[in-house]
Design a protein around this ligand. Structure first.
Ligand SMILES: O=C(O)CCC(=O)C(=O)O
Ligand SMILES: [Fe+2]
Length: 359
């Protein structure tokens, strides 16, 4: 079936349609039902915002000027962010604002290319990677108001370069460099996570056998004539170990479910939004939560984000760390392997994948 991208829909009929095609209209079923009810309750007051964490202060290697007290305080805030929110805004991550702007710029330039050029990278039937919509399994599936580009970035020999844009010229080099930086940041976060739970520094990295996989998802959300009717990205939790998001610099749209309410993530210049995925929720025996989140659209502006999903290799067995199981806190999850496959299966049915692996 020849499918128009959302961008093409908006370009058609002179300034875009006045409403949205039926296929994009949200239905309050499955996990979306709870999400819709939470929305009816309204957004939390802005005073309660996702915590900001200074990555340069996290152990094991804060810079010499940092006092022991500042480091201990930051680790405490980090621990509390992950047990309550499951996400935080990371600052002082070591990348310059101009480099992050370059990452944003290559993504923006890609989506701004003519349709014929982007079609070269179109997702093949049944394939996850490539440009266009997510995999569509049935006529009932409600579509998200997004054209995304999905690319496996690590391990390097798994890269399908046919899907990697050759335009703009700087795209590939910039994304290689960015992903390399994110690998370092993921290591810092996983080490601090272990330390904050009183485990050995490398405990989680070892259990995730190096956390060697990384997939990039570039989300392009065209402005929408009826943002109230659609989701940019429907409510979900990620199937990753952790996810590192580079949000749009000017347009808000990402929201997290917190205590039964949707809370928007405000723009913090050059911060990265880092959230726990289901695999770390399993690994930490539920100490750290894999939070539900969604992206909404708006009528005035397009929005672009880049989510980088980190994973262990598919063959790695993931289970609650034995050190985090005790009499008052029994193991809460089964041992799983190749979680993304389980994830995909349940997600497409509108269910929460992690519920399938609870004991
Ligand atoms: O658009 C965003 O800010 C978040 C995207 C997201 O949650 C995802 O790609 O999984
Ligand atoms: Fe997500």
């Amino acid at each position: 079936m020849e499918m128009k991208t959302v961008q093409e829909l908006m370009a058609a009929s002179n300034g875009g349609p006045e409403t949205v095609p039926e296929r994009f209209v949200r239905k309050a079923e499955g996990v979306e039902k709870a999400a819709a009810e939470a929305e009816a309750d309204g957004l939390l007051p802005l005073a309660d915002e996702a915590p900001i964490i200074d990555l340069s202060l996290l152990p094991p290697s804060p810079p010499p000027p940092a006092s022991a007290e500042a480091v201990a305080d930051e680790l405490q805030s980090f621990h509390s962010a992950l047990t309550s929110w499951g996400c935080f805004q990371a600052i002082n991550h070591g990348m310059t604002g101009s480099f992050l702007d370059q990452v944003r710029e290559v993504a923006k330039e890609f989506f701004a290319l003519p349709s014929e050029e982007k079609q070269r990278y179109l997702r093949a039937d049944g394939d996850m990677e490539g440009y266009g919509s997510d995999i569509i399994l049935s006529d009932q599936q409600v579509l998200d108001w997004t054209d995304r580009l999905y690319l496996t970035v690590y391990p390097e020999d798994r890269r399908k370069l046919d899907y990697w844009p050759q335009k703009p010229d700087l795209f590939r080099g910039t994304i290689y460099e960015y992903s390399l930086k994110l690998r370092g940041i993921a290591d810092i976060v996983l080490k601090a996570m272990a330390l904050s739970l009183n485990l050995d520094t490398n405990a989680f990295l070892e259990k995730l056998r190096g956390n060697v996989r990384m997939d990039a998802r570039f989300n392009y959300y065209p402005r929408c004539p009826r943002p109230d009717l659609v989701y940019g990205l429907k409510p979900h939790a990620d199937g990753s170990s952790i996810t590192i998001v580079l949000p749009d610099k000017e347009v808000e749209g990402l929201q997290f479910l917190r205590d039964g309410r949707w809370v928007k993530i405000p723009i913090v210049p050059h911060a990265l939004l880092i959230n726990i995925g289901d695999q770390v929720e399993i690994l930490t025996n539920g100490m750290f939560k894999s939070p539900m989140h969604r992206a909404i659209t708006n009528a005035e502006h397009d929005r672009i984000s880049l989510a980088m999903f980190c994973y262990p290799d598919a063959e790695t067995e993931i289970e609650p760390a034995r050190e985090l199981i005790n009499e008052s806190r029994p193991g809460l999850y089964k041992t799983v392997k190749n979680y993304p496959e389980i994830y995909f299966h349940y997600y497409q049915q509108g269910k929460r994948p992690i519920d399938a692996v609870k004991l």
